[in-house]
Design a protein around this ligand. Structure first.
Ligand code: NOJ
Length: 504
């Protein structure tokens, strides 16, 4: 990682968000944390983590680390202690342990499903060798949900925040930030199967209304109690010198509720996931941009823009794949790079990679296993980036954790660096303009809803101005369109319009 900092700096980003690298049996890409204050040997040592933070800072890059407060791995010492302790003990109260229903306690305490498929409860074997209590896991059975009404849990996470802040990290990405507090834990849900599909965005055959109704009241998400936790965390962040930030992964519905997480005494940013699902269609994009700017301006937080991440298909694939998908994805990138706020780029997005077709034997995502293969899961989007065209694509060992497809030779970093028409070159140039153009510097203005002005444009075209002199135009149709504006083209895609010429 340290040896790739130069690449990231050249790309033109400001900060690196690292997904969990903590000690973990790795049943869910490290989101099953067995010790949040230790580095997993697969990634190196604590000394390596410290060196990475230091070297990143020397390169002018900030480090954001993931914090996973909804659950611990069942390999965490607390869970082991809970297993060897009696029902009702302090050790069990750090999680959600309940007796089962039915004559022999053989029915789970409620009918909730795991978001990854299958039941959200697993039954343990008690010390006497008999089946006993059940524990809640909204995700994999190796990820036991923590009980945030327990003061040990609160104190332990505060300790973890301080631990990494003391090491110099600049911020935290908070996993399932809306999930910590549960209500009515013993009450059944009317349609748990549909709910978990809706939450996984696996919504084929489900009407929009149905999905919205399901998402509006999820008994384990977006409960009032989470905000008190973030107010406490904010005080900790603010007590450190320098700028320390936090970004919430909180998939809440309707999205206006997300602004509650970024009130001035809570977290700094919340991921805006609208562009993870938005079609390449001017009307949809305009509506999504307007809504986002309007919502965050109510609380004075900066908007964020995300085209893909490790939980969703890569943007090229989502927009149809192939040449057309790639073109739409590049245009979408230029569009969001000209918006105010923060942009999150997912590894390989800058290379225009598509989801890899993986053999089932290579899959690692618990979603694949828990749905018995019905949902292939997220591995296709998680394949690491090819650094060069050599046999191991630039990795030191013979194989990366998910296999890199042979077809990616040629799409690798080394090749794209040399090609001025590559996706990588487009990203670099666009990020360079974003960082240096005076009109785009004003991203942090408090009233962000006023920061762009829509221009008259033909149907299917979106065009806006950022004062005083920057215009962003995107044609989402498959026809040529005419727009009467004048100026100098800083960057354009498809290529061929790249010369700097005055135009009308
Ligand atoms: C959201 C993370 O982004 C995802 O990768 C993980 O599986 C779940 N939270 C559970 O931690």
């Amino acid at each position: 990682m340290i040896s790739r900092l130069g690449y990231l700096k050249e790309l033109g980003i400001d900060a690196i968000w690292l997904s969990p690298f903590y000690r973990s049996p790795n049943k869910d890409g490290g989101y099953d944390v067995a010790d949040p204050r230790d580095v997993d040997p697969r990634f190196g040592t604590m000394h390596d983590a410290e060196a990475l933070i230091e070297q990143a800072h020397k390169n002018g890059l900030r480090i954001i680390v993931d914090i996973v407060p909804n659950h611990f791995s069942t390999e965490h010492r607390w869970f082991k202690e809970a297993l060897s302790s009696a029902p009702g003990s302090t050790a069990r109260q750090r999680f959600h342990f309940y007796d089962g229903r039915g004559e022999f306690g053989e029915i789970p305490p409620n009918n909730w499903n795991s978001i990854f498929g299958g039941p959200a409860w697993s039954r343990i074997i008690e010390r006497n060798g008999q089946p006993g209590q059940w524990y809640l896991h909204l995700f994999d059975s190796t990820q036991a949900d923590l009980n945030w009404n327990n003061s040990d849990v609160r104190e332990d996470f505060e300790e973890t925040l301080r631990f990494w802040l003391d090491k110099g990290v600049d911020g935290f990405r908070i996993d399932v930030a809306h999930g910590l507090v549960k209500e009515e834990i013993l009450k059944d849900h009317r349609d748990p199967e549909a709910l978990s599909r809706a939450l996984r965005l696996d919504v084929s055959g489900m009407s929009r209304e149905e999905r919205e109704t399901l998402m509006t009241d999820v008994p384990f998400f977006d409960r009032e109690g989470v905000h008190e936790i973030y107010r406490d965390w904010r005080k900790i962040l603010d007590s450190y010198s320098g700028e320390r930030m936090s970004v919430a992964e909180a998939f809440v519905y309707p999205s206006i509720r997300g602004t509650r997480y970024v009130r001035s005494d809570e977290l700094h940013q919340i991921f805006n996931f609208d562009f993870l699902i938005a079609e390449w269609n001017a009307q949809t994009l305009i509506a999504a941009i307007e809504k986002t700017l309007h919502e965050v301006s109510e609380v004075g937080a900066p908007p964020t823009w995300v085209l893909c991440n490790h939980d969703s298909p890569r943007v090229v694939t989502r927009l149809g794949g192939g040449e057309l998908g790639a073109r739409k994805a590049r245009a979408m990138a230029l569009l969001i790079h000209s918006l105010p706020g923060g942009i999150y780029i997912y590894q390989g997005e800058e290379l225009g990679l598509e989801d890899a077709m993986l053999p089932d034997e290579a899959r690692q995502d618990p979603v694949f296993f828990r749905t018995k293969g019905a949902d292939k899961g997220r591995d296709g989007a998680r394949v690491p980036i090819p650094w060069n065209s050599e046999r191991t694509f630039g990795f030191t060992s013979a194989r990366s954790w998910l296999p890199i497809p042979e077809e990616w030779r040629g799409k690798d970093v080394e090749n794209q660096k040399l090609d001025s028409s590559s996706s990588l070159s487009l990203y670099k140039e666009s990020l360079r303009i974003r960082a240096s153009h005076p009109a785009l510097q004003k991203s942090d203005s408090a009233d962000v809803s006023q920061s762009i002005t829509w221009l008259q444009a033909p149907d299917g075209v979106l065009a806006f101005r950022r004062e005083p002199d920057f215009i962003s135009v995107a044609n989402t149709t498959d026809q040529e369109q005419t727009l009467e504006i004048s100026g100098e083209i800083l960057q354009s895609y498809p290529l061929g319009f790249q010369e700097v010429v005055p135009f009308r």
